[in-house]
Design a binder for this molecule. Structure first.
Ligand code: TD4
Ligand code: NA
Ligand code: ZN
Length: 311
């Protein structure tokens, strides 16, 4: 059934497990993820970036938002696991409104690059509109670390727990993404992965709401290796080690944004299939090969984060 993201995350927060939020840009990834969640009897958060909405609507953001709502609801309404659709990294007002209008379960207002007061003001405005429409809201405090020669970006971009307490109280935001040292993509750390667990612990104690980890892909070596075996060039790829991810969940992370791990699995399956089947040109077959590996990664992550069996 199609639910509000807040319902999924409040339960996860109470019981200290996490639900991965999987990004999609097309139908194939959605089907792979849905199959995995059904087999694992897990709650499911599907999320789309602004780029995904533009892509699906072929430039028209209202069509793109509606495309994803229709696609997700078509299947969500006929299965017995809870499924939510979330706008990831809503930076532009028109995308946030398009998502609310189309029927998204929740939206992220990402004003984390702006000064605290401005982030607070913009988030407050979106919370007012979204809550009036029964839509829950995610915001981000601090900035995802840029990677400069082995050092996680300067302290100033990491979340300030005291500020987080004020931010949550003043905005009424439903879940918060505290920046603790991760970054998007496949090249997260040049040296050892370094997350600020102390900071995370404080944010949970002070805010007591569901927390979100961005840039949480582990960049799983077996899939990187397979992709490279068949021609990919992913040298230096490094993600969040799974033991550190586990620690984040124990400290109160409840939504784990996962996009890169799915992208790498898909390209590995696709490259292998194309190499081994030179005569094939049926898109259902070669895209299906990517789909299969995405489903594998999805099922492992649902199990690993403790979402399996929680539907
Ligand atoms: O935090 C994450 C995932 O982080 P990951 O890269 O570790 O998977 N996300 O929020 C997903 C970011 C998706 C970016 O999409 P566009 O390329 O369309 O802008
Ligand atoms: Na998000
Ligand atoms: Zn993110």
């Amino acid at each position: 059934m199609y639910v509000n993201t807040k319902d999924i995350l409040e339960k996860a927060s109470k019981e200290y497990y996490a639900v991965p939020a999987f990004n999609i840009n097309n139908m194939e990834f959605f089907h792979a993820i849905l199959e995995g969640a059904l087999e694992k009897r897990a709650p499911l958060i599907i999320e789309t970036s602004e780029g995904a909405i533009k892509y699906a609507g072929n430039g028209d953001i209202f069509k793109g938002a509606r495309y994803f709502v229709e696609l997700v609801r078509l299947f969500a309404d006929s299965v017995d696991i809870p499924i939510a659709l979330h706008l990831d990294h809503g930076k532009h007002f028109e995308y946030i409104i398009a998502a609310i209008k189309a029927g998204y379960s929740s939206v992220m207002i990402d004003a984390s690059e702006k000064p605290f007061e401005e982030n607070l003001k913009e988030t407050k405005e979106i919370v007012k509109i979204a809550h009036a429409a029964g839509v829950s809201v995610e915001a981000e405090l601090g900035q995802l670390a840029g990677v400069e020669d082995n050092v996680v970006a300067a302290e100033s971009v990491l979340v300030d727990p005291e500020q987080a307490k004020i931010f949550v109280e003043e905005t009424g935001v439903d879940f918060l993404a505290p920046a603790i040292g991760t970054s998007h993509g496949a090249f997260k750390f040049k040296g050892e992965a370094k997350l600020d667990f102390e900071r995370l612990k404080k944010v949970k104690e002070l805010t007591k709401i569901p927390l979100v980890l961005h840039g949480a892909s582990s960049v799983l070596p077996e899939y990187v290796k397979m992709a490279e075996e068949y021609g990919a060039d992913l040298g230096g790829a490094k993600g969040v080690p799974e033991d550190q991810l586990k620690k984040c969940v124990e400290l109160g992370i409840n939504k784990v944004n996962t996009d890169t791990d799915l992208r790498i699995a898909f390209i590995a399956g696709l490259r292998k299939f194309l190499k081994e089947n030179p005569k094939e040109f049926d898109p259902r077959h070669y895209l299906g090969a990517g789909k299969k590996l995405v489903k594998e990664v999805v099922m492992n992550r649902l199990e690993f984060l403790g979402a399996a069996g929680k539907a």
